[in-house]
Design a protein around this ligand. Structure first.
Ligand code: RTP
Ligand code: MG
Length: 142
């Protein structure tokens, strides 16, 4: 199976709940290595640019307001099948529908404040990683 990289964001609700370490531990114990990381408080323009694919959707404004409501922890995860693996660990977008034991089931309270972001495919992973990290600041775990 291919070694992949994916972009993960621990959203403002989970940072405020002080569970960055608990979420990192799930990545690490499931074969995902943190190969870049930074804490940032996103500007509105940065959040709008990051979620540009959702521009025009009814939830876009609330999403951007939420993502700029406090600091976020942004990381690149590397490992076998990292994109799908991270999505599996995150659980469904709506925490009420997320499988037991997933990050969203355990740490999120609503579809808006849903604890984590993860890239949804190889193209978005590449673009999202480049949005936050120059290539020289991503350290291969191998
Ligand atoms: P994310 O991009 O944050 O990892 O979440 P996702 O792939 O599971 O969900 P996506 O469809 O990409 O939506 C991005 C974020 O927008 C909010 N959302 N609200 N009210 C709604 O119907 C609705 N749909 C999406 C969620 O906070 C979701 O994480
Ligand atoms: Mg998404």
């Amino acid at each position: 199976m291919a070694i992949e990289r994916t972009l993960s964001i621990i959203k403002p609700d989970a940072v405020a709940k002080n569970v960055i370490g608990k979420i990192y531990s799930r990545f690490e114990s499931n074969g995902l290595k943190i190969v870049a990381a930074r804490m940032r408080w996103l500007s509105r323009a940065e959040a709008e640019g990051f979620y540009a694919v959702h521009r025009g959707k009814p939830f876009f404004n609330d999403l951007v307001t939420f993502m700029t409501s406090g600091p976020v922890m942004i990381q690149v995860l590397e490992g076998e099948n990292a994109i799908a693996k991270n999505r599996e660990l995150m659980g469904a977008t709506d925490p009420k529908k997320a499988a037991p034991g997933t990050i969203r089931a355990d740490f999120a309270q609503s579809i808006d404040a849903n604890a984590v972001h993860g890239s949804d495919g190889p193209d978005t992973a590449k673009a999202e990683i480049a949005y936050f990290f120059p290539e020289m600041e991503v350290y291969s775990g191998r």
